[in-house]
Design a protein around this ligand. Structure first.
Ligand code: AGP
Length: 607
């Protein structure tokens, strides 16, 4: 997944492009580049490595003159990170420069055809095919060339294209990859997301697949592939700039952990009116809900872990069978999905390729699609029948925290909403759950206050080579997320295991000093999990227990982390917090790149 940005205006483009790319580095950061038109020439600067390398190479952009340009920060898919493979890519004659986020799935046959016609490729990327295709189809009208190019290529793209014959405009288009259009005063922008241009403008266009955008200094026009102009609404983004900045925190991740109470309030409050849960964004009628045969929850990574929580919560409240599936598995298992099924798709970015493709498989089988997404106008949101947005604001750290938490909140609201329509909970339970839901952000804030104990525990255990997370039912679902958090930012191997399953083999790995983090918050299963804790301590394990204030693990666990009491179904929102914070401090002790862990990207828009 990559980040692209484009500018046309009265100021020098390169410094603006570099600032924009800095905000997009979370989308990929193994190389970067810019291309700027100066007179009749397109000047290109590219560099392997972090954006700072490109800044150093171009004097912070001051060495690259011109007031119209495009930029790119890369997460390599085709071709290793290198100067040559970095975008922008030039066409044979140098007339076109292209930046691209996505995958051209038929790039190989196209490359072969172009090579046979005498085009010479210098990189290993799929994107370079686009640059030469523009050259191949260009007969003097760049719009015609664009229409031919997007007709030929298969796959996903967000494109910014410069042409030296057009020194006062540039064009852009998207398909299945994110792209927004920024509307300024005497200047206009393209970007993979709003954070890249927020300091310049809050007014944006969202564009649909294969809508072609022509940007000049004073105008932005959008066309369909019949060259008919399309009128687009102007949206005003109300994120404050600080929301996309670190705000004095050492890392975005700890900032976003601390933002969870606010993100939860902003996600929950607008949906509780006069003591009722109101899901205006959902067109599911009571009868639709009663007709649901089965619910599938499809997602990746942490979003999938929310799906596992959702399975337990929805089944418990609504008594509808729920199956949580990893999107990349669901997509290829020929799923038994029918028009009587509801498929809930969860995605922070709304652009995850595995999840988007799984959504399409479900849709093709007639299922109704309800998505839970954090990015307005994203591909998954646009492809759904119903969308419930999480209002977490921009989440910059690659390891999700506040988006995960707000997804949980939406799952709770959906489950309580449906259970109330189904009559599978009493009026008293409905009211109780709503009251506890409204109190949840404050309980999360209280849980976050326990940072010192977690920092101490991290200082004791950051050298562990392997850590186990165990729990039952909802606690097991949270153990999945705790394990992933630790792995992805501290690079320590860890495994989440259903506590009752450990004794069926894996317990053989437990030896003196093995750290086991046992989540035991659920009332009904607390004693069972305590038994499992004893099984591992008797084999030498050191146990860090996570439980609620009403229970005691003295003499059972070596270290105990307590979270506030609330109904079982909401406890995942509390028990996950110490696991997030513990992982953060372990990674900090190890000096890891917490916000941009190795090998990862914030949104994985490739399979
Ligand atoms: C979470 O910390 C990871 N960065 C990753 O597992 C992520 O949850 C997954 O890639 C799904 O992303 P999405 O929510 O944007 O679809």
């Amino acid at each position: 997944m990559c980040g692209i940005v484009g500018y046309i205006g009265k100021n020098q483009a390169a410094p603006i492009l570099l600032d924009g790319l800095e905000k997009l580095e979370y989308r990929g950061y193994d190389s970067s580049g810019i291309a700027v038109i100066n007179g009749q020439d397109i000047n290109v600067a590219k560099a392997k490595g972090r954006l700072q390398v490109l800044r150093d190479k171009t004097g912070d952009g001051n060495d690259v003159k011109g007031t119209i340009g495009i930029g790119h920060t890369r997460w390599a898919t085709h071709g290793e990170p290198s100067d040559v493979n970095a975008h922008p890519h030039l066409s044979q004659s140098g007339r076109f420069a292209v930046v691209h986020n996505g995958i051209i799935e038929n790039y190989l046959p196209l490359r072969e055809r172009l090579t046979a016609k005498g085009f010479e490729f210098v990189s290993e990327t799929d994107t370079e095919v686009l640059a030469h295709l523009f050259e191949y189809y260009y007969k003097g009208d760049i719009m015609d060339a664009m229409i031919k190019v997007i007709d030929r290529v298969e796959g996903s793209y967000a494109l910014g294209v410069l042409c030296s014959d057009y020194p006062d405009s540039f064009i852009a288009v998207r398909k299945a990859s994110p792209l927004i259009i920024g509307l300024g005063e005497g200047e206009n922008f393209i970007a993979s997301d709003v954070t890249a241009i927020l300091k310049h403008t809050r007014n944006i266009h969202y564009i649909e697949d294969n809508e072609i955008v022509v940007l000049t200094r004073d105008d932005v026009k959008v066309y369909n592939t019949d060259k008919e102009e399309i009128k687009k609404d102007v949206f005003t983004v109300d994120w404050d700039i600080s929301a996309a900045e670190k705000g004095g925190y050492p890392h975005f991740m700890i900032k976003e952990i601390e933002e969870q109470p606010k993100a939860l309030r902003e996600t929950i409050s607008p949906r509780i009116k006069d003591g009722n849960i109101v899901l205006d964004d959902v067109k599911l009628t009571a009868q639709d809900i009663k007709n649901i045969n089965k619910i599938f929850i499809v997602a990746c990574g942490s979003a999938y872990h929310v799906g596992v929580v959702a399975k337990y919560v929805i089944e418990r409240l609504c008594r509808i069978p729920v199956e949580a599936q990893i999107a990349s598995e669901f997509r290829y298992c020929d799923p038994i999905v029918t028009k009587n099924d509801l498929v809930v798709v969860i995605s922070q970015s709304g652009e995850t390729a595995d999840t988007l493709e799984a959504l399409k498989v479900a849709k093709s089988r007639g299922a109704r699609i309800l998505s839970i997404v954090n990015v307005v106008g994203s591909a998954i949101a646009n492809a759904s029948d119903d969308v419930i947005y999480t209002w977490a604001g921009p989440e910059i750290a690659v390891a999700t925290t506040k988006a995960y938490s707000t997804q949980l909140a939406v799952v709770y609201m959906l489950a309580i909403y449906m259970a109330n329509k189904l009559g599978t909970i009493t009026g008293g339970q409905y009211k109780k759950y709503i009251n506890e839901l409204e109190a949840l952000p404050d309980l999360v804030a209280e849980t976050i206050e326990n940072k010192d104990q977690l920092a101490y525990l991290a200082s004791k255990f950051y050298n562990c080579k392997s850590i186990f997370f165990i729990g039952r039912n909802l606690d097991y679902a949270v153990s999945l997320e705790g394990s992933l958090k630790l792995k992805e930012i501290s690079y320590i191997h860890s495994e989440a295991y259903a506590a009752g399953e450990l004794k069926h083999g894996t317990i053989s790995l437990i030896e003196d000093g093995t750290l086991v983090i046992a989540i035991a918050t659920g009332r009904d299963l607390f004693d069972k999990t305590v038994s499992n804790i004893k099984e591992v301590t008797s084999r030498g394990a050191v146990v860090m227990g996570v439980t609620t204030k009403g229970k005691t693990m003295d003499g059972i666990a070596d270290h105990v982390i307590e979270i506030p009491e609330t109904s079982d179904i909401f406890l995942p929102s509390l028990s996950v917090v110490p696991l997030q914070i513990f992982s953060y401090y372990v990674a900090a002790e190890k000096g890891c790149d917490i916000d941009k862990p190795r090998n990862l990207a914030k949104s994985v828009t490739v399979e």
